[in-house]
Ligand binder design. Structure first.
Ligand code: GLC
Length: 423
């Protein structure tokens, strides 16, 4: 009898495990479907503009200057005081993005330095008070929407200025023993951070994307009260898309990510995954590479190492060929102007997209293997062969079954091309 009982208990446990697994899979599937529905327009858009703009454009050594040079808030203040983006014109930025063929844009509402580019009621550490009351974020949103570009805001959950944010991670005062003695009340910081996010999602009309940055070590997920934050964001903005940086992904590989309820898309930075990102069931997972045009996100005066328009086009094709997006960064200078070099590169990319956009927007990976001479993208039964690398005359479209090919032509001119089944 005893043995039988033990056996029964064992069976029951297994049954619970199975029921538990089934329920988890059901939850996962339902969340996965929601993520795919929400991100549909975004996965079709494929190309967006990232804008890193803040008082750090004055020192012009990147947005990490306060941390890199261990500046105190007092030392940083001179940049805040000098910062006067008098030439900022959101309409010009929006036209630049539009001409580049970008379909969405994400602006830094607050970066790690804590200085707010929006008119937050929760702090005086903001641009609007010294900018004639102008709310730069609101102007950005209006101008980009007017061009038909979807809009998003970047918000740093890290804050190197707030008195209740401890000197952890890469905080500028990480080695300052005196600073560490201060009393940090984490809940005060969370209240402030949640409050600011609420201002953004409540007072600025429809936002298409919220780009949180970033989690590290134990500062991840529930440390930020992420679930509550996401619920609040979705309460005001039910269709908004969120990046994945409210939590870290310990233990998962870069190729395989499970979608979760705290974010809708993966955010590889300054690099492209070697294959399309998928979950463990093989479902595609939305992702977006964010990339700088030179080496910096924020304006960097001395960095002239610009990527060529050709490299950007290749990069965009590379992303799309793996079901990914490209969020390409500009860092306006302290006057509010997007560097001329960036504008020139974007113009060229826009020209290419003007002729070849059909092979990017709404496209994803094709199931043909990557050819030597370039990459494929695909939309429905159209396969776009991107001839990227020098090749001798003929392109071998291995895997394309000759009989099924109806037509081969050059996208930019519509000119018919010949094809044959053998050399
Ligand atoms: C990093 C950096 C940050 C930049 C961001 C863009 O998290 O901290 O400066 O804004 O990446 O992806």
């Amino acid at each position: 009898m005893k043995n039988v009982l033990i056996l029964l208990v064992g069976l029951m446990c297994n049954a619970f495990v199975l029921v538990g697994q089934e329920a988890a899979l059901k939850d996962y599937t339902s969340n996965y479907e929601q993520v795919m529905n929400r991100t549909q327009w975004w996965r079709e858009a494929r190309f967006g503009m990232f804008i890193h703009f803040g008082a750090y454009s004055v020192p012009a050594r990147g947005e990490w200057v306060k941390s890199n040079e261990r500046l105190t808030t007092e030392q940083y203040q001179k940049y805040i005081d000098t910062f006067n983006p008098a030439d900022f014109d959101a309409k010009v930025w929006a036209k630049t993005a539009k001409a580049a063929g970008m379909k969405y844009a994400v602006l830094t509402a607050k970066h790690h330095d804590g200085f707010c580019m929006f008119d937050s009621k929760l702090t005086d550490y903001k641009l609007s008070t010294r900018f004639g009351g102008r709310d730069l974020v609101r102007e950005f949103l209006g101008a980009f929407r007017a061009e038909g570009i979807k809009v998003g805001l970047y918000y740093s959950i890290i804050d190197w200025h707030h008195p209740d944010y401890p000197n952890v991670g890469n905080h500028p005062q990480r080695n300052d023993k005196e600073y560490a003695k201060r009393l940090f009340t984490w809940d005060n910081y969370l209240k402030y951070m949640h409050g600011q996010v609420e201002e953004l999602v409540k007072n600025y009309g429809k936002l298409d994307i919220m780009w949180f940055d970033y989690s590290f070590d134990e500062y991840s997920g529930e440390k930020w009260k992420a679930k509550e934050l996401v619920d609040m964001v979705r309460k005001y903005q039910p269709e908004i898309i969120l990046d994945n940086r409210l939590s870290t992904h310990e233990g998962s590989s870069s190729k395989q990510r499970m979608v979760n309820t705290l974010g809708d898309f993966e955010t590889p930075e300054q690099g492209i995954p070697d294959v399309a990102i998928s979950d463990k069931y093989g479902n595609p997972v939305p992702w977006e590479t964010c990339l700088t045009l030179n080496g910096g996100w924020g304006y960097t005066e001395l960095d002239h190492n610009w990527k060529s328009p050709e490299l950007i086009v290749h990069t965009l094709v590379n992303c799309v060929s793996k079901n990914g997006n490209l969020l390409l960064n500009v860092g306006p200078d302290a006057r509010g102007i997007i560097p001329e070099e960036s504008v020139e590169i974007l113009k060229e990319v826009g020209k290419w997209l003007g002729k070849n956009g059909e092979s990017i927007y709404g496209c994803g990976s094709s199931n043909l293997a990557k050819p030597d001479w370039g990459r494929y993208t695909q939309k429905g039964n159209a396969i776009y062969a991107h001839w990227l690398y020098p090749n001798l005359g003929q392109l071998n479209a291995k895997g394309v079954v000759g009989e099924t090919v109806k037509n081969v032509y050059l996208l930019k001119s519509g000119a018919e091309l010949s094809y044959q089944k053998t050399w």
